[in-house]
Write a protein that binds this ligand. Sequence first.
Ligand code: MG
Length: 385
Amino acid sequence: MTSSPLAPYAAHDSRTRGRRYPEPPPAFRSEFQRDRDRIIHSTAFRRLVYKTQVFVNHEGDLYRTRLTHSIEVAQIARTIARALALNETLVEAICLAHDLGHTPFGHAGQDALNECMRAYGGFEHNLQSLRVVDELEERYGSFPGLNLTFETREGILKHCSLNNARQLGELGERFIKRQQPSLEAQVANIADEIAYNNHDVDDGLRAGLIEISELLELPVFAREHHTVVTLHPQLSGRRLIHEIVRRMINHVVVDLIETTAQRIRDVNPADIEAVRALSEPLVSFSDTVAAEHQQLKRFLRERVYLHYRVLRMTNKARQVIRSLFDTFFSRPELLPPEHHAAARRMEAESGEAGRARAVADYIAGMTDRYAIEEYERLFDPAKRS
Ligand code: MG
């Protein structure tokens, strides 16, 4: 339960659009608490600890994994939700689930699997996160997946192609009508960007891919750097970096809360349906901070994500995913038995596209290290199969 009263435009438990398979209400928890708890107990959630954002898992123990990333996103989003009198528990559920469908090896893995699946409907990680909670988790006797509420599922499906939206019924409607999700979903979405924009600065410095002197080109970094060295002239190393990064996060979070609160006052939506009917999201930065945020994003792309050492890593990742996909697609009998059975069942339903989807489900579920081990078991003659 949230501690302060919810705003009228928040997602109220009592007014949820419900679950795909009706269930009696929980006794001591709210509907969204139950969603969050189911997510935490899922297998896909535990795997996030061995999936990476930018750095492949075996590169070092100190970099963000998808698990710590998801927890950081939830922390940032909960602060924002509480300040805006939104449903903090729903926001937390969405954040913890938002990356459940991510492939091993971060964005490189997602791009590689999307290429492999091009002829069979493609691969989108947001849609896969939804597939994990709707279909792939095996935990309950009465239904497949986790049977989450509409509101949590709406938040998980951040992006979606029009083609896929048309097949998703009620959940896909907003992409076709160009409408918005709940404010809780909007908060989770921006908190994701705030988290990675800032923790990738920290990880990029730690990995030696960027230097403080380069970051000083960015006003958003230079400003906080100036404040910190004025307050603590002797500070250096990790403490200097962490003092700067925490202030960068605080700056954008405060701006987001103030700007959004003003926009909500201007539009004054009566309820969650009024929020959904808008053509623009209400949760947003001021123009100045939005521009700085984009500038930092560009910087990270050029100096970190496209750094030659990261590119070498992502190139290997692409090769692993491509080889696994091609091998399992052409020889499904090499799959572990339960995945082979899924491939046969899905092929009977929808032909080659079904077989491809079963292979993609198997690969997307892998952790970084499991994908590497599976690659070795298939292609390294010295390795046990
Ligand atoms: Mg994320």
